[in-house]
Design a protein around this ligand. Sequence first.
Ligand SMILES: O=P(O)(O)OC[C@H]1O[C@H](OP(=O)(O)OP(=O)(O)O)[C@H](O)[C@@H]1O
Ligand SMILES: O=c1cc[nH]c(=O)[nH]1
Ligand SMILES: [Mg+2]
Length: 208
Amino acid sequence: MGKVHVSSHPLVAHKVTLLRDVNTEPKRFRELVDEITSLLLYEATLDFPLREIEVQTPLATTRGYDLQWRIGFVPILRAGLGMVPAALRLMPFAEVWHLGIYREHDTLRPVEYYNKLPQDMKIDVALVLDPMLATGGSAVAAVDVLKLRNLSAVRFVGLIAAPEGIEALTRAHPDIEIYVAAVDSHLNDQAYIVPGLGDAGDRQFGTG
Ligand SMILES: O=P(O)(O)OC[C@H]1O[C@H](OP(=O)(O)OP(=O)(O)O)[C@H](O)[C@@H]1O
Ligand SMILES: O=c1cc[nH]c(=O)[nH]1
Ligand SMILES: [Mg+2]
């Protein structure tokens, strides 16, 4: 059974507050997305399995560790793109599999528009990256895509979630782990997260 991990790190709380602020400009907004992603990924990888290896220091041979899992990042376009640099900085050996999904304005249903994922992804764990978990439609669709490729170890890493999104994602995929910086109050009548931060894609890329 998966679990919902809501960060209790003081730096995350501080940075999410700046991220929410309507006066935060796209440049600072992108920096904050990057900084919070680093902190969340620290938490999302805490239990990754290790394999013992030997390492030669200038003085001696000693025990060292290598990560056992091959890691893939699955950013959901567009807004998930802003989480990729931090992810690759921490895990430069990981693969990045882009998935284009947008939320249709009227129906709020997820529409997949870019997917070049091969049937055999040759990774052991997928970290789905998307700042917002609102109705959960986009995240559920992304995990559906991964499960069709027989990936069972999937973690969702996001910045802000609505209770409705958490409920939808855990109901559709009870086995996945969810890592977020904050869980907000509710969705408004256009399914925006309240208080939230507005449109994460528009705020990063200045398109609002
Ligand atoms: O949980 P949901 O109700 O599916 O909503 C969340 C989705 O909405 C946003 O993307 P959006 O559709 O705005 O696309 P964009 O990233 O291209 O702006 C966000 O980045 C998620 O992918
Ligand atoms: O509040 C929301 C909901 C969906 N997508 C966003 O970018 N923000
Ligand atoms: Mg958007």
